[in-house]
Design a protein around this ligand. Structure first.
Ligand SMILES: C[S@@+](CC[C@H](N)C(=O)[O-])C[C@H]1O[C@@H](n2cnc3c(N)ncnc32)[C@H](O)[C@@H]1O
Length: 340
């Protein structure tokens, strides 16, 4: 039997009490979250994250149900987090921006204990449909108003999420403050480098973020084989120079082979359709400079033990929270309104 974590009011921090289909303020019985379809829902709407809810109701390439895709995902996550060489057995975890739950499934396979998968969009309802594990609580909440006491978790995972929020530094701080002293934070960000600045998506996003989602989905999904063909052709003819041309001009995102090992063409097309949509639609896409990213993590009292900062990769870091730290910089970063 799990020793369940206590939920608190996201704004006031006062403890909440479980009722049959809700979580309420203990003294007043005021409802703060509804429990519906396996999700504890603290928000009334998706705010700026509706595109994520949409794409994950459309997609057919669900990694958690496809052994080949999941195998590729595990390889990628081991590379990024280094968690395969850490002992996470029984650890209490928080994942912010869980999306469809691919990383949730990865973490559950590592033997973690109580697990809170949080997302602001409706995707969390789909994740709750796909993953059936008594260790997981699916929670719809905003990272800026998390319903937990600070320092409640052994591990906090923030993967492919912070750049999709209006103030990435503040998002990182709010996730980081949930880590216990001695606990582990994994965080990933898009990289503000010359290499990524030239990516095709930044040329098209001013238009694609404004198009109705259903139209854009159709424009990407229906001719998917043509998009893929046109994107891989230059590299076949001109090698590396052709690949670089496609990266700069084709909106279609071709997945690296190790993330989709042995996937058949149909699965590959479905998966790349979703990733392409995912790159063209989020309202916010705010990369960080490598130095800012690492300075921010370290200034919050963490020591980075595993990192990526080469210009042609995204940024990621696994970091351990020092036992004693003041939290002053966390408060400063939480109040940060300017995106770096
Ligand atoms: C690119 S997806 C990544 C999903 C998952 N981590 C993965 O890597 O497959 C980003 C997710 O962050 C969520 N998100 C964005 N802003 C958020 C916020 N303020 N609070 C919680 N989740 C948020 C989105 O709804 C979306 O599901």
């Amino acid at each position: 039997m799990l020793n369940e974590i206590e939920f608190v009011h996201p704004k006031t921090g006062c403890p909440l009490e479980r009722h049959e289909d809700s979580w309420c303020i203990a003294q007043t019985d005021e409802r703060v979250a509804e429990i519906r379809d396996g999700v504890i829902d603290f928000v009334a709407d998706s705010a700026y994250t509706a595109s994520f809810g949409f794409q994950w109701h459309q997609t057919k390439a669900v990694r958690t149900r496809d052994t080949q895709l999941m195998q590729g995902h595990t390889t990628e996550m081991n590379l990024r987090t280094g968690f395969d060489s850490m002992d996470l057995a029984g650890k209490r975890c928080l994942e912010v921006g869980a999306g469809l739950g691919d990383d949730t499934a990865y973490m559950l396979d590592l033997g973690v204990g109580e697990y809170h998968a949080v997302d602001l969009s409706e995707s969390i309802y789909r994740a709750a449909e796909l993953i059936n594990d008594p260790r997981v609580r699916f929670v719809r909440a905003d990272v800026n108003a998390l319903p937990y006491q600070p320092e409640s978790f052994d591990v906090v995972l923030c993967h492919r999420m912070m750049m999709h929020t209006p103030h990435p530094a503040a998002t990182l701080a709010r996730a980081a403050r949930m880590v216990k002293p001695g606990g582990t934070l994994f965080v990933h960000s898009y990289h503000k480098s010359k290499y990524f600045n030239a990516s095709a998506k930044y040329k098209y996003r001013p238009v694609t973020t404004r198009l109705p989602r259903r139209i854009l989905w159709t424009l990407i999904a229906a001719p998917a084989p043509i998009w893929r063909g046109l994107t891989v052709l230059p590299s076949k003819v001109f090698g590396q120079r052709g690949a670089e041309f496609a990266r700069r001009w084709s909106p279609w995102v071709v997945q690296a082979a190790h993330t989709v090992p042995n996937a058949d063409l149909r699965t590959l097309l479905a998966y790349e359709t979703q990733i392409t949509f995912d790159s063209l639609t989020p309202k916010y896409d705010l990369p960080m400079f490598a130095d800012d990213f690492e300075t921010l993590i370290e200034s919050m009292g963490f020591e980075i033990v595993h990192r990526e900062r080469r210009p042609w990769f995204p940024l990621w870091a696994t970091a351990i929270k020092r036992q004693a730290q003041t939290g002053v910089n966390i408060v400063a970063a939480e109040n940060e309104e300017v995106c770096v």
